[in-house]
Design a protein around this ligand. Structure first.
Ligand SMILES: N[C@@H](CCC(=O)N[C@@H](CS)C(=O)NCC(=O)O)C(=O)O
Length: 406
């Protein structure tokens, strides 16, 4: 039985579980590996990185200065509203195209903490593509990615070997990499996800996000947009999939799926971030009202049908699920989305368990990585990097949605 918080606290040095405790014992803290790479200025395709810091009035007033290597936390408007930047790499997997579907050619860089990246893990698990597309997961706690450059305060995803112990970007805490973490197997000069973007000459202002779908043959980023990566994974690799018949985008439900994705994205997937990263009361109030209106809408839909777009699990469920499964454990506290918890919604809470228990899904959820990441990575939001204890959601409890009448 998965007891979410038990594993979540495992990564926290102040309450280690046996697995993490032994990792600590095996591996004494060591200094962060220095990335062995050329400075970005010498990269042939590097643009004038490090030149113009973009600083909004709101972010500057809160000390959230958008340096050249800023993160989404700094992406707030003058009115204090979080405004997500579009993903910059949008190539697709296409037979006969630059990136054709092939076994062992593509690599996914993910974080188990990230709801967008977890969608891609979910599709790998659901379709049975684990042996076709390789995966590396980063350490859940963001790191300073240019620790020797005082003018560059960026913090982001870092690769770590199991047992490696990392503090957060402010030097607080000691968070042990578990067995899901690994060094980048494709490059020995990549210590951070940022380095992958540097390798391909990503333009200034790029957010160094996961997931990244990497083409190992060409040495290129194919895409860093999860909504498109998942469509390619379930749509283009059926020749290699263990479950080619699983259709996550059935013809008869496509219009419904697309319509639901749209408001679920704005109101829920991105909505929780709009609540959490808002820097004004008005922006938070607006995002929070929209979020709960959309959750209420989901609750009503799920009274009438088992899954969000119909009677079968689809892409729309994969996208919705990964926000819901983080909600009570993280967002209610961290993003102040506390008007209601998912466990107070009868349909939504049973639905989360139903989706989680679908064969292939649970491998995409790691509550230790989820909780550790959010609560330790943004010193501006949680100075002491304390990871809350509850609420220990039991995702394996019966859901009853397969036997009830709709
Ligand atoms: N549009 C992207 C968003 C991905 C995204 O925002 N990922 C976050 C983690 S949850 C990230 O890597 N953030 C790093 C940063 O903001 O610098 C997608 O859906 O793939």
């Amino acid at each position: 039985m998965l007891r979410a918080t038990v594993s979540a606290l495992a990564s926290h040095p102040r309450a280690p579980t046996p697995a993490f405790a032994s990792a600590v014992a095996r591996a004494p803290p060591r200094p962060r590996r220095a990335p062995a790479r050329r400075p970005i200025a010498h990269h042939p395709r590097a643009m004038a990185s490090g030149s113009t810091p973009a600083t909004t009035a709101a972010s500057a007033s809160l000390g959230r200065t958008a340096t050249p290597g800023s993160t989404a936390v700094a992406d707030v408007s003058a009115a204090g509203a979080f405004v997500r930047k579009d993903a910059g790499f949008r190539a697709r997997i296409e037979p006969g195209g630059r990136h054709p579907p092939e076994r062992d050619r593509y690599h996914l860089y993910v974080s188990y903490a990230c709801p967008w990246a977890s969608r891609t893990l979910a599709v790998l698990g659901l379709k049975g593509l684990e042996d076709v597309v390789s995966v590396t997961a980063v350490h859940p706690t963001w790191q300073k990615t240019r620790p020797n450059d005082a003018s560059d305060s960026h913090a982001g995803w870092a690769f770590a070997r199991p047992g490696e112990v990392l503090a957060n970007p402010a030097g607080v805490g000691a968070f042990v990499a578990d067995d899901k973490c690994a060094a980048d197997p494709n490059h020995d000069d990549v210590a951070f996800v940022r380095d992958l973007y540097d390798k391909v000459g990503a333009p200034p202002g790029t957010r160094f996000t996961v997931p990244v779908l990497w083409d190992k043959t060409l040495g290129e980023i194919v895409s860093n947009e999860s909504s498109e990566i998942i469509r390619d994974l379930y749509g283009r690799f059926d020749a290699f999939a263990k479950r080619p018949d699983l259709d996550l985008y059935p013809e008869r439900l496509r219009a419904e799926i697309d319509e639901i994705n749209e408001w679920v994205y704005h109101g829920i997937n991105n909505g929780v971030y709009k609540c959490g990263f808002a820097t004004s009361q008005a922006a938070y109030d607006e995002a929070c009202a929209e979020l709960f209106a959309c959750l209420d809408r989901c609750e009503a839909i799920l009274e009438k049908r088992r899954f969000i777009a119909g009677d079968v699990l689809t892409e729309a469920d994969v996208r919705l699920f990964h926000t819901l499964v983080r909600f009570d454990e993280v967002y209610v506290v961290y993003f102040k989305t506390n008007k209601k918890a998912i466990r107070e919604y009868a349909n939504l809470s049973a639905y989360v368990r139903d989706v989680y228990q679908t064969p292939g899904m649970r491998q995409s959820v790691d509550m230790a990585h989820i909780k550790t990441h959010y609560f330790t990575s943004h010193p501006v939001l949680n100075a002491h990097a304390i990871v809350p204890m509850g609420p220990e959601t039991d995702l394996d409890a019966p859901h009853g949605r397969d036997t009830r009448e709709y």
